[in-house]
Ligand binder design. Structure first.
Ligand SMILES: Cc1cc2nc3c(=O)[nH]c(=O)nc-3n(C[C@H](O)[C@H](O)[C@H](O)COP(=O)(O)OP(=O)(O)OC[C@H]3O[C@@H](n4cnc5c(N)ncnc54)[C@H](O)[C@@H]3O)c2cc1C
Length: 542
């Protein structure tokens, strides 16, 4: 038996589970976090996978939301070891004709870059950047770091004016439609549409137009997507250090096999080793509702309402296929001859047009690996040299891919992934003058959708958001509206992971909001200020 008793037992030590535990530990509760893997952090993962001496953040690299909300400041994460670099050039898109378009954190520099393609698009970009910054700061960040409200509530303020209604319409459309509507040149449309699609994986889903403010304004000063120095796992280690410092306990290598319930709620958890840990107070799950209730509690122990709500939870059809590379030297972009800044960008994407991106999504729905994959190449070691030996590069390329293959189901990925990696690299090479020749590749590590699920047991179906991010699974519907946000049918069981509002990504919002909900229920006077939002701190610019 573990030490105890515990007021709070948390299943899953992803950054959201840790965040929730950290707030409650400082509030004086005895917290135990049980993590299945041998390291905490979930999607904040850094490991040597491709070759000795090369470390990859094999899940999250872009840490933006964590700096927009209160978690980073409240949990004193710099003091506990997290440090960040903000690359000046956030993302670029390169085109078959050798040109490239770069988004700098500096708005006016980006406007100049867009003007090389179209003066009108440059003016439009400046205009929407200002509008989206206002929306982000006044609407979206406060909404992310608080419990979700009914759908009409968030939009009510916008309904009174033509401008507001126009924004609502933008939010309701698809990212690709909005790119085509706002900008006149196909290159600018593709540049922005492809980037916005990265948040949810695809650009053709209605309702994801709402991702523009965070992806556009969120890439510009004073915001931006940042790299955790020493690797993304450092962020999780910093949250864990805060939790431990405030009396919490963490057990790694402790996969929960069963959550035992009776009529009043969760009573204990059973680990895969057979060990039982008593739940004296509450249980909080960092896992999605299907995983938590259908698998770990067992459908036979659920009432009809909860069983139905869990049963309808959908994982995204689209997961990711990733090739992690250890390279002798940084890749050299052909487009850098036309736009030198391409050579020093956090991310560089490749996709001929938004039509190709649409085709990629259609292929996924057909259960076919995209035949002409749009590639998102990521270059963290340019800005965080500790990830690889001097002069080399640790980069990776990711793209959407279906979990279930029409031919052979998900297990067929094991048979086709090597060959498909060649398709990906062959798509990339024509955009380079060098760096990706066979002899320049020191090592590689492939991760298909089924590998994501194998490595990260919380990402069922390879779904990094723990459930599709679509209008019927967002806001108050994430994961279900049958119970108040973060609560469930069991009075002492809560959810705190990416399957709750506001969803996936590294921001700590789900864990933070869950802690606030739990504090309300347990009569804990929060030491934090649930109304406060921004915690932007200064770290290095890259
Ligand atoms: C390839 C890839 C790239 C990504 N890139 C980015 C990015 O650049 N920026 C970004 O913001 N987000 C990114 N994400 C998404 C991000 O990683 C997730 O949305 C985020 O990690 C969710 O956090 P979480 O704490 O809710 O859950 P998780 O990170 O999934 O953590 C849940 C934890 O629960 C543990 N667990 C599972 N089962 C059990 C069990 N039975 N018992 C005990 N513990 C268990 C898991 O091991 C895991 O540690 C990416 C994801 C992937 C896969």
């Amino acid at each position: 038996m573990a030490d105890g008793p515990y007021d709070v037992v948390i299943v899953g030590g992803g950054h959201n589970g840790l965040t929730c535990g950290a707030y409650l530990a400082k509030a004086g509760r005895r917290v135990l976090v049980l993590e299945a893997r041998d390291v905490v952090g979930g999607g904040c993962a850094t490991k040597e996978v491709a070759a000795p001496g090369f470390r990859h953040n094999f899940h999250s690299n872009f840490h933006g939301i964590i700096h927009m909300g209160p978690v980073y400041r409240d949990l004193e994460l710099e003091r506990y070891g997290a440090r960040y670099v903000w690359p000046e050039n956030q993302f670029a898109h390169v085109f078959p004709d050798g040109r490239g378009l770069v988004c700098s954190r500096n708005l006016e520099r980006t406007v100049e870059n867009v003007a090389r393609f179209s003066k009108r698009d440059a003016e439009t970009f400046r205009e929407v950047a200002h509008t989206y910054r206002e929306v982000l700061e006044e609407g979206m960040v406060p909404a992310m770091f608080s419990a979700p409200a009914p759908p009409s509530h968030d939009l009510a303020d916008l309904e009174g004016s033509a401008e507001g209604l126009s924004l609502i319409r933008q939010f309701l459309t698809t990212p690709n439609h909005l790119a085509r509507e706002l900008f006149e040149t196909p290159e600018v449309q593709t540049w922005i549409g492809f980037w916005v699609a990265q948040l949810a994986g695809t650009g053709d889903v209605f309702g994801l137009g709402a991702n523009y403010p965070i992806m556009v304004a969120g890439s510009l000063e004073p915001y931006g997507w940042a790299i955790c120095q020493g690797g993304s796992n450092r962020l999780a280690q910093a949250i864990a250090a805060f939790l431990l410092d405030h009396g919490g306990e963490i057990r790694v290598g402790a996969p929960v096999a069963r959550i035992e319930v009776d009529g009043d709620g969760a009573r204990s958890v059973k680990l895969e080793t057979g060990e039982t840990i008593t739940v004296d107070g509450i249980l909080v799950s960092n896992l999605d509702p299907r995983h938590t209730f259908l698998e770990l509690v067992g459908e036979e122990n659920l009432d009809d309402t909860l069983a139905r709500a869990c049963g309808r939870w959908r994982y995204d059809v689209m997961s990711m296929f990733c090739v992690y590379l250890a390279l002798e030297a940084p890749v050299r972009w052909r487009a850098a001859e036309w736009e030198p800044a391409v050579q020093r960008c956090f991310a560089v994407s490749i996709c001929e047009s938004l039509d190709v991106l649409d085709d990629n999504a259609s292929d996924c729905r057909l259960g076919v690996p995209p035949r002409q994959p749009g590639l998102f190449t990521v270059h963290p070691s340019l800005f965080e040299p500790s990830l690889c030996p001097p002069g080399t590069e640790a980069c990776f390329v990711e793209q959407i891919a279906p979990y279930e293959l029409r031919q052979g189901g998900h297990e067929a990925w094991d048979h086709i992934k090597e060959e498909y990696a060649e398709t990906v690299l062959a798509r990339w090479r024509p955009y380079l003058t060098g760096g990706l020749e066979e002899k320049a590749i020191v090592g590689r590590y492939l991760s298909s959708p089924i590998d994501i699920e194998r490595v990260m047991p919380s990402m069922k179906h390879g779904d990094w958001n723990h459930g599709e991010m679509s209008q019927d699974q967002l806001g108050i519907f994430r994961p279900f509206a049958e119970y108040p946000p973060y609560r469930t049918a069991f009075p002492n069981v809560y959810l705190c992971g990416a399957s709750t509002h506001p969803g996936g990504s590294i921001g700590g919002a789900c864990g933070y909001n869950a802690a606030t909900a739990i504090a309300e229920d347990l009569g804990i006077e929060p030491w934090w200020n649930p109304a406060a939002t921004s915690s932007r701190v200064t770290s290095k610019d890259g």
